[in-house]
Design a protein around this ligand. Structure first.
Ligand SMILES: Nc1ncnc2c1ncn2[C@@H]1O[C@H](COP(=O)(O)OP(=O)(O)O)[C@@H](O)[C@H]1O
Ligand SMILES: [Mg+2]
Length: 263
């Protein structure tokens, strides 16, 4: 692929004696929306942390925008992270700050914009996620879908090039899921972002993404367009894409519990 915005090459990541990710390579195309899927505990959140430079690989490399993440000085990593917006699971808004202040926080922490400029940027972003007049509300007044919209506005307030989403749909009703999905697509295309979405939700993924990576057994077992993967003959891919309980991937309770703890 020409000039991918994120290039992961032969990445190995261990915790103690456990190999979490074993020789994983991924090229993520600039401007695309991609999904990273796989059973709980397989290492999806870990990949997001490796992309944002919170973790370093034991072997192999992660390059973002042509820069080797593990080779950056602390200052350069800080600069590089400004180009990466992150939307954590459940949105994770600050509960004691208004919607406006939640979205303004990254600007206050990382820029020296004037109060007027901050006002303008925050109002513009709230408008673009369809929440024009909610700036004064406290997060507990928001529906689940609205809270995710606020979290999205905050994730893009620094005008990043990349947004990482960790299970952005989890806990939403189907209507809110679809509307958040649409908003992710609009935001991605209007702002010229690249979006990387960790998700369990195969149905939403099929509607939303351009390309999908599937992890199982510490490896990347498949990649391709949702359409191509739906018709895969690989039993593990078929099991995952078509939601079958029986198959090579064991969705044991223990596995689920490990995944939940790790989040
Ligand atoms: N802080 C941690 N300490 C030890 N093990 C961890 C930690 N975070 C994650 N793990 C382990 O790494 C593996 C991958 O975790 P994670 O990336 O969170 O999975 P996923 O997001 O796919 O559910 C799991 O087996 C988990 O138990
Ligand atoms: Mg996770």
């Amino acid at each position: 692929m020409q000039d991918p915005i994120i290039r992961i090459s032969n990445l190995v990541y261990r915790r103690g004696i456990n190999i979490i990710l074993d020789n994983v390579s991924m090229d993520i195309k600039r401007g695309s929306i991609v999904a990273i899927m796989g059973p709980s505990g397989v290492g999806k959140t870990t990949i997001l942390r490796l992309i944002s430079g919170q973790l370093y690989p034991n072997r192999g490399s992660v390059e973002v925008n042509g820069k080797l993440i593990s080779g950056l000085s602390r200052q350069d990593l800080y600069e590089c992270r400004k180009e990466i917006g992150v939307l954590l699971q459940n949105g994770a808004l600050f509960t004691d700050l208004t919607v406006f202040e939640n979205v303004a926080t990254p600007l206050r922490e990382h820029t020296d914009l004037s109060e007027d400029e901050i006002q303008e940027r925050v109002i513009d972003k709230l408008n673009s996620v369809g929440l024009a007049s909610t700036g004064d509300l406290m997060p507990h007044k928001l529906s689940g879908g609205m809270a995710r919209r606020v979290a999205l506005a905050r994730a893009v307030i620094m005008n990043p090039k990349i947004v990482l989403f960790d299970e952005p749909m989890t806990g939403l009703d189907p209507i809110a899921m679809s509307s958040v999905g649409r908003l992710i697509r609009e935001t991605n295309d209007q702002l010229g972002l690249t979006s990387v979405i960790v998700t369990h939700n195969v149905e939403q993924m099929k509607k939303l993404v351009d390309y999908c990576f599937i992890l199982a057994f510490a490896k990347l077992i498949a990649e391709g367009s949702p359409q191509a993967l739906m018709h895969s003959r690989d039993p593990a891919v078929d099991q995952f894409m078509n939601g079958r309980v029986e198959g090579p991937i064991s969705f044991s309770l223990q596995n689920e519990a490990l995944g939940a703890n790790a989040r």
